[in-house]
Ligand binder design. Sequence first.
Ligand code: IPM
Ligand code: MG
Length: 357
Amino acid sequence: MKIAVLPGDGIGTEIVAEAVKVLNALDLPFEMESALVGGAAYDAHGHPLPEATLKLAMASDAVLFGAVGDWKYDTLDRPLRPEQAILGLRKHMGLFANFRPAICYEQLVGASSLKPELIAGLDILIIRELTGDIYFGQPRGRRIATDGHFPGAEEAFDTMRYSKPEIERIAHVAFQAARKRNKKVTSVDKANVLETFQFWKDVVTEVHAQYPDVELQHMYVDNAAMQLVKAPKAFDVVVTGNMFGDILSDEASMLTGSIGMLPSASLNTKNQGLYEPSHGSAPDIAGKGVANPLATILSAAMMLRFSLNQEAAALRIETAVQRVLAQGLRTPDIYSEGTTKVGTSQMGDAVVNALRA
Ligand code: IPM
Ligand code: MG
């Protein structure tokens, strides 16, 4: 079991160190190798995704990823910005299926900005297509307009596109995931306006014929954004394109009140995967030892389950995390009165202790 460890920037190094600590405590035969990625790699090698890092990732069963980005890189040319590292890994590894669960932990119900009764027991899974759509569609760029409202003016453009096989494979992933849950899929589109998403809707409907036991609902993205805060528990599995999924998964994460708790997995057709917390590099708190490592630790659990075939070990980690929450330990982002505030490494140590308990 070979794991590429890519901590990246900001709090990435601190939180990944805790996840590695937890993995080591499992006493399983992992081979872990670290490499630079993002701004850290740009500083050292002049590129956010150096050849050696990409090679290591491609040759591993799984990638444990921290986070990339810092405001200081925002003025670099786009191909050199830290975000290109994660986009490049998604593209080169073919990581088309992105799983972003939004689970509200019983002990953290009060941390959400929504009323407790709306989110208590919330357990939804957003499945985001990750290698297509307007994120990767060509052509894109800047040019002088030859038509439109202002011919002769400077303009910029991107291309939204999806091929049938791209939609089919993510639809299969969603229906299969729903079968292991509450058997309901909501496919989010903008079929009332966009050709790409009318096609999306048609193809998802076609694939659904193979899953008569799963309920399929279609919803426009603007309505989905509204329903997510109105009645989030009405969802089970949500499947959508790359850009809508980017936006809706951030919205869903806040239902739980604690983006610091949410793991994610990005898989290719060989179940090779990249595992990262749903949150970013948080440069404002980097190096202070206060970041919440639980999303990364839970991402390591997803890695054990999906790419390394170690369900029992995954469950051990998830149970250990529940235990430290039950013990009342909280990093500042999830702290509330009456609980015990701890730092990043204390939280990691507590999970290790709970594993052994
Ligand atoms: C995410 C992030 C990325 C995305 C950025 C960092 C490129 O927002 O993983 O959701 O837009 O996909
Ligand atoms: Mg995002």
